[in-house]
Design a protein around this ligand. Structure first.
Ligand SMILES: Cc1ncc(COP(=O)(O)O)c(C=O)c1O
Length: 394
C-alpha cells in the first residue's frame, strides 16, 4: 500500500487508498486453497433463467450501446419494482438513470451534486468506495460513528455534523460492513435534519433484500417529503448474485436525475446492454424469489456467526447484508492486519482488516470483517478451519 512510485500519477489518485478488499483477495490468491471471505461476491451463479436471459439478450441487440441512461424496458421494470417493494414513485422517463453498478451511480451522483469544499456526512465504519468518491467529487467527508456492538449512532453527534457546508448525507442501509438496518425512527431523524438543512440524501440500498429476523428495509425516499431530496441507489449485483454484470441505477428527482445522466454519459456511456436486458427478467422474478433469498442468507448468517462465536471471536448476528463485523480482542494479536494474516496462514481464511472501514484506522484495529455470501459447503469448511484458531499450531 502507499503511494504509487511514479511522479506522473495525479495527486487525486495518489490520495486514494488501495482497495484493501482487493488486496486481501490478491493475498488469498497467493495462498492456494484459501477460502475468500474478504470480497462480497457469491461463489455461486445467478438463477439459471437469468443466465439464459443473458444468452438470449446477446442475440437480440444486446451487443450495442443502449440509450445512455438505460434501456427503456429496464427502466420500466426498475420503476415498477421500486413502487411495489419500496413504495417509491418514479417516472422511468424522468427519475431513472441506469449505471455501471451502484458504484458508478454513487460516483455520478456525487459528481452531480458536490462543489469542491462541500461537506458529505458519512457514517463509519463505511463501505470503502465512499472515501474515493468524496475525493474525486471534491467533498469533505464528515464522519458519524456507528458504535460497536449494536451500531447505534448518537443523535446529538449526527445533529452536530449538519452545518451550512453540508451538501449531502450518504446513507447505506442495510449497511456494509456493520450489517445494521436503519430503523424508521432513525431515518425520520435523518430526514428531518436533511429537510431542515436543505441537504440531499444519497442512499445506497443494494442489500435491501438481505434483512433478517423479520426486520424490514425502509427506503429513506419514502420518509416524509424525502422523495424530493433523495437519490436512491440500487443494482442487480447482490440481489441476483450478479456482481459481474455491472448494472445499477439511481432514482432521483427529475433535475438531479438529469444531472446524474449527464455525468454518467461522459463516465461510461451506458451499462452493458445485454445485462440490462437480462435485468428485466431478474426484476420480474416472483416474490417467492426474495423470500427464499432472505431465508437462505439468514441460514448462511447463522452458520457463520455460530462458527465465529465457537472460535471465540466476538460478534452479533447482523440484522442485514451478508457481512459480519467481528472483534478479536480475546486473541493476543497486535492489530487487525496481524490477525487477518494469521487467519490466512493458520486457517486459510481471507477476511478484511477492520481499519480499512474507518477514517482513523486505529478505530478498527481490533476488528475484522467476514462475508457469508458463500455456498453451504464453503461455510462448513470455514467452520472447520476456524477450529484451528484455538488448537495449538503443529
Ligand atoms: C454498500 C455497497 N454499495 C455498492 C457496492 C457495489 O455495487 P455494484 O456491484 O452494483 O457496483 C457494494 C459491493 O460490495 C457495497 O457493499
Amino acid at each position: 500500500m502507499g503511494k504509487i512510485d511514479d511522479p506522473r500519477v495525479s495527486e487525486r489518485v495518489q490520495a486514494f487508498p488501495e482497495s484493501v478488499i482487493r488486496e486481501m483477495t490478491r493475498i488469498a490468491a497467493l495462498h492456494p486453497g484459501t477460502v475468500n471471505l474478504a470480497q462480497g461476491f457469491p461463489d455461486f451463479d445467478p438463477p439459471p433463467e437469468l443466465i439464459e436471459a443473458v444468452k438470449r439478450a446477446v442475440h437480440q441487440g444486446g451487443s450495442q450501446y443502449s440509450i445512455t441512461w438505460g434501456d427503456p424496458t429496464l427502466r420500466a421494470a426498475i420503476s415498477r419494482k421500486a413502487k411495489e417493494f419500496n413504495g417509491i414513485e418514479s417516472d422511468p422517463e424522468k427519475n431513472l438513470v441506469v449505471t455501471c453498478g451502484a458504484t458508478e451511480a454513487m460516483m455520478a451522483s456525487m459528481l452531480s451534486l458536490i462543489n469542491p469544499g462541500d461537506e458529505a456526512i458519512i457514517f463509519e465504519p463505511f463501505y470503502e468506495n465512499y472515501g474515493p468518491d468524496a475525493r474525486v467529487s471534491g467533498a469533505r467527508p464528515r464522519h458519524v460513528r456507528l458504535e460497536w456492538p449494536d451500531w447505534r449512532f448518537d443523535p446529538e453527534t449526527v445533529k452536530g455534523a449538519f452545518n451550512p457546508k453540508t451538501k449531502v448525507l450518504i446513507l447505506n442501509t442495510p449497511n456494509n460492513p456493520t450489517g445494521k438496518v436503519f430503523t424508521r425512527d432513525e431515518l425520520k431523524l435523518l430526514a428531518d435534519l436533511c429537510t431542515d438543512h436543505d441537504v440531499v440524501a444519497i442512499t445506497d440500498e443494494i442489500y435491501e433484500h438481505m434483512v433478517y429476523d423479520g426486520g424490514r428495509h425502509v427506503s429513506l425516499a419514502t420518509v416524509g417529503s424525502m422523495a424530493e431530496r433523495t437519490v436512491t441507489i440500487n443494482g442487480l449485483s447482490k440481489t441476483y448474485a450478479a456482481t459481474g454484470w455491472r448494472v445499477g441505477w439511481a432514482i432521483a428527482p427529475p433535475t438531479l436525475a438529469a444531472a446524474i445522466r449527464r455525468a454518467h454519459d461522459f463516465l461510461t456511456v451506458c451499462a452493458p446492454t445485454a445485462f440490462q436486458l437480462a435485468g428485466v427478467v431478474a426484476l420480474a422474478l416472483p416474490p417467492a424469489y426474495y423470500d427464499e433469498l432472505q431465508r437462505t442468507y439468514q441460514a448462511k448468517r447463522d452458520r457463520l456467526v455460530k462458527a465465529l462465536q465457537a472460535a471465540g471471536i466476538d460478534c452479533r448476528p447482523p440484522g442485514g447484508t451478508y457481512y459480519v463485523m467481528t472483534d478479536f480482542s480475546a486473541f493476543p494479536f497486535k492489530d487487525d492486519w496481524e490477525f487477518a494474516m494469521h487467519l490466512i496462514d493458520r486457517c486459510g481464511i481471507a477476511t478484511v482488516p477492520g481499519s480499512s472501514f474507518y477514517s482513523d484506522p486505529r478505530s478498527g484495529r481490533r476488528k475484522v470483517r467476514f462475508v457469508f455470501c458463500k455456498r453451504e459447503s464453503t461455510l462448513d469448511e470455514t467452520a472447520r478451519r476456524l477450529e484451528k484458531l484455538r488448537s495449538p499450531a503443529t
